[in-house]
Design a protein around this ligand. Structure first.
Ligand SMILES: Cc1cc2nc3c(=O)[nH]c(=O)nc-3n(C[C@H](O)[C@H](O)[C@H](O)COP(=O)(O)OP(=O)(O)OC[C@H]3O[C@@H](n4cnc5c(N)ncnc54)[C@H](O)[C@@H]3O)c2cc1C
Length: 420
């Protein structure tokens, strides 16, 4: 049986960064990817806007991925593509057996530590309950992107986009550029879900209308979609009777959210945060199971790939440096004004002098202050002119400055000026 110090599962930007960092920190590393090529979702993201934070350049997805693939290949780290991880079983005295399926058959390898960088999956029509028939022509935005950008097949000539997530906004522009008519982007919430820059660059610049507080209630068509029914919704997102209208189209593109892909993590008993739908982790990105690390979109849905790579590097490095010992962890809680904070725990036995935290606000907030309280006492604060839920925020905190012990509780909250 082949044995490795660190096995990284998923060869997207998170996994590439994790494998390279693990190797650089002395671990004998293996990267496993189920697709034929490394790069993950970036392979199909041919628009630019990647790498602004990390490289100060506007790269396309494949260009960004190429930089990490080059570094990975230069380090000569073994990678198995067209290989799917089907099962992970903990070994009795630490470590894991990882079962792989590839063209060569089934193999089990041994790993001391694991990095889970399996990305996320898109919500489908089933998860947003749309009534009607089941015709062809209902695609997730990522599938439409795969067909258009990788296979060169235009999936629609006239479509409606449901949901204003970034992938939907990007596909509204992409399909328009390819000659399709995008009738509009319909969003059930009163505010857009995607980044402000994408609302401007993908919709406003191409005169594609955005309808807030609207949803698709029904689809029509036998073999292929022929029309959809649109309705306005109330503040509980329930369709308002009498507002229905029928739009003729041949496709409905869904951009209704992403869910971290964590089946392998769950099979290992990794605790999942109901807010992020990713593993609960500490500042070193180790999950609740010793030796199992998580990063990228499998950990929480990131809006910028730069932070995906950053979390990959953190998980890979810490997986390589992992020494099995008892952890002393205290909670990092997100109060009600935050939709979540990652990491959710702090390991008092680890080096926490440069802990990177990622968070999102629950609502659109202007003139606000992020406050960190330790046992109810304010310990740190940072002012923000505004915070918006689609835009993830990043913060570095030196926790070594604070007198923390096993009974300490850390809480982050946001205070808004009375007239803010
Ligand atoms: C349409 C779209 C547009 C975007 N636009 C931007 C942008 O403009 N700017 C920006 O900065 N970011 C953008 N992003 C975000 C960025 O692409 C993602 O955050 C990033 O790709 C996530 O990286 P990841 O490695 O976590 O996951 P992924 O890229 O999804 O990689 C996960 C990999 O794991 C593999 N895998 C999963 N399960 C297994 C298994 N069991 N066995 C083996 N392999 C497995 C998958 O095949 C995949 O290759 C965009 C994302 C999308 C989808």
């Amino acid at each position: 049986m082949r044995t490795f110090d660190t096995v990284v599962i998923g060869g997207g930007p998170a996994g590439l960064a994790a494998a390279t960092a693990a190797h650089e920190n002395g671990a004998k590393t293996l990267l496993i990817e189920r697709e034929a090529r490394l790069g993950g979702i970036l392979k199909q993201c041919i628009h630019d806007g990647f790498g602004l934070v990390r490289f100060g350049e506007k790269l396309s997805g494949p260009e960004y991925a190429e930089r990490f693939i080059d570094a990975f290949c230069k380090a000569d780290i073994p990678a198995m593509t067209l290989t799917f991880v089907t099962r992970i079983a903990p070994k009795e005295n630490g470590g894991f057996h990882v079962t792989l399926v590839s063209r060569d058959g089934v193999e089990t390898v041994e790993a001391k530590t694991l990095v889970l960088s399996t990305g996320c999956r898109e919500r489908t029509a089933k998860q947003v309950s749309i009534h009607g028939t089941r015709p062809a022509g209902v695609f997730t935005a990522g599938t439409a992107q795969h067909l258009t950008n990788l296979l060169g097949e235009l999936p629609t000539k006239r479509c409606v986009i449901l949901g204003s997530g970034d992938i939907g906004l990007i596909m509204a522009r992409r399909l328009t550029l390819e000659g399709a008519k995008v009738l509009g982007v319909y969003e059930a919430k009163p505010t857009p879900s995607g980044l402000t820059r994408n609302i401007h660059q993908c919709l406003h610049d191409y005169n594609i209308p955005l309808y807030l507080s609207h949803t698709v209630t029904r689809v029509f068509g036998d073999d292929r979609l022929t029309a959809v029914e649109i309705a306005e919704v109330d503040d509980k997102m329930q369709p308002l009777a009498g507002t229905e209208q029928i739009l003729e189209c041949d496709a409905l593109i869904l951009s209704v959210g992403l869910i971290p892909e964590n089946e392998l993590a769950e099979s290992l008993g990794v605790e999942i945060d109901p807010k992020t739908k990713g593993p609960l982790c500490n500042g070193q990105l180790m999950t609740s199971v010793d030796g199992v690390f998580s990063c990228g979109n499998a950990l929480h849905v990131n809006d910028l790939v730069d932070y995906v790579s950053e979390s990959g590097e953190c998980a890979g490095k810490n997986a390589a440096l992992y020494v099995r010992k008892k952890r002393q962890e205290i909670p990092i809680n997100a109060a009600k004004m935050l939709s979540y904070i990652v990491p959710q725990r702090l390991n008092l036995d680890a080096d926490n002098h440069e802990t990177v935290l990622y968070f999102r606000s629950r609502d659109i907030l202007n003139g606000c202050t992020l406050k960190m309280r330790i046992n109810g006492e304010e310990a740190f604060s940072k002012k923000y002119p505004f915070l918006r839920p689609p835009e993830m925020e990043r913060l570095t905190v030196d926790f070594s400055k604070y007198p923390l012990d096993a009974s300490s509780e850390i809480e982050f909250d946001i205070e808004v000026k009375a007239n803010g």
